[in-house]
Ligand binder design. Structure first.
Ligand SMILES: [Fe+2]
Length: 276
């Protein structure tokens, strides 16, 4: 099995026939895959079998959307047990989730909601991350999300908030460059300031994706190719963090697998430009 390095793609079930087919060249340039943890927790049958077949050939990272690390509800022990059991099967190189909350008082909003950027939230989240890491017996990565509102009580920048939590919890960062681009536009902050304020040694994985520009705001949609201005910000990010495993997230208008492989080659070329 190859080590985790280079360039990856989000594993989507409609691509299993291509990835697991007879053509050995179809995955050329793809070094690893990321799975959405929730799609495989507690499932069996062909879905799990196909994913495990991919995992026999490629390194896998696990990416979750349900940890709700910022919520005031207790951590979901059943979810964490499922996550740990899946990790035992998959042996992922990395496990990540989002720096957000997804619900409270037992209600799941199925959305990645923004947190108040305060010292109290830093304390709250860092303690919960430490608890999760103790339970899983390994470090996790937190991903910066796209946001559309801010809180009147915010006390710090988003990058200071992310940095402080990761340092206090001793966790890693999954840096979503498209999310920085989207939030910088929506809130009018400098993406360059964001990159300059990151603890670069904690960035262990990078996400790239497309978005929907609506003139006065941008929505993070993951339904089109990575735009050129996000690729340019990616090159600027690599200038800060150095070579970091990078992947494309595509969740809507999912194209044929070969199209994503071709797009990933463009990402590799951008990284080579940035690091040369
Ligand atoms: Fe992402």
């Amino acid at each position: 099995m190859r080590d985790l390095a280079g360039f990856g793609l989000g594993l989507r079930p409609q691509h299993f026939p291509s990835i697991l087919g007879d053509d050995p060249d179809v995955c050329e340039g793809v070094d690893w895959f990321e799975i959405i943890s929730e799609n495989f927790i507690g499932v069996g049958g062909p879905l799990l079998r196909n994913m495990r077949a991919v995992a026999e050939k490629f390194p896998i990272v696990m990416h979750g959307v349900s940890m709700s690390i910022g919520s005031v509800d207790p951590l979901d022990t059943a979810y964490l047990a499922g996550l740990k059991a899946l990790a035992d099967v998959v042996q992922p190189k990395l496990i990540s989730d989002h720096l957000c909350w997804t619900g409270a008082h037992g209600h799941n909003m199925h959305d990645l909601l923004p947190l108040p950027l305060t010292e109290a939230t830093v304390d709250h989240v860092a303690g919960r991350v430490r608890h999760v890491q103790d339970y899983l017996g390994r470090q996790i990565l937190l991903e910066n999300t796209s946001t559309y509102v801010t809180f009147a009580d915010d006390e710090m920048t988003e990058w200071a908030f992310l940095s402080e939590i990761c340092q206090r919890a001793d966790c890693g960062i999954l840096l979503d460059v498209n999310n920085i681009f989207v939030s910088a536009f929506n809130h009018g902050f400098s993406a360059s300031d964001y990159l300059a304020g990151l603890p670069v040694n904690r960035v262990q994985q990078i996400h790239l994706a497309g978005h929907e520009h609506n003139g006065d705001h941008i929505i993070d949609t993951h339904d089109q190719p990575v735009p050129l201005d996000v690729l340019a910000l990616y090159e600027a990010a690599l200038d800060h963090v150095g070579p970091v495993p990078t992947m494309i997230e595509r969740d809507g208008n999912i194209p044929p697998f070969a199209d994503l492989v071709a797009e990933l080659k463009g990402v590799r070329a951008a990284a080579e430009r940035a690091l040369s």
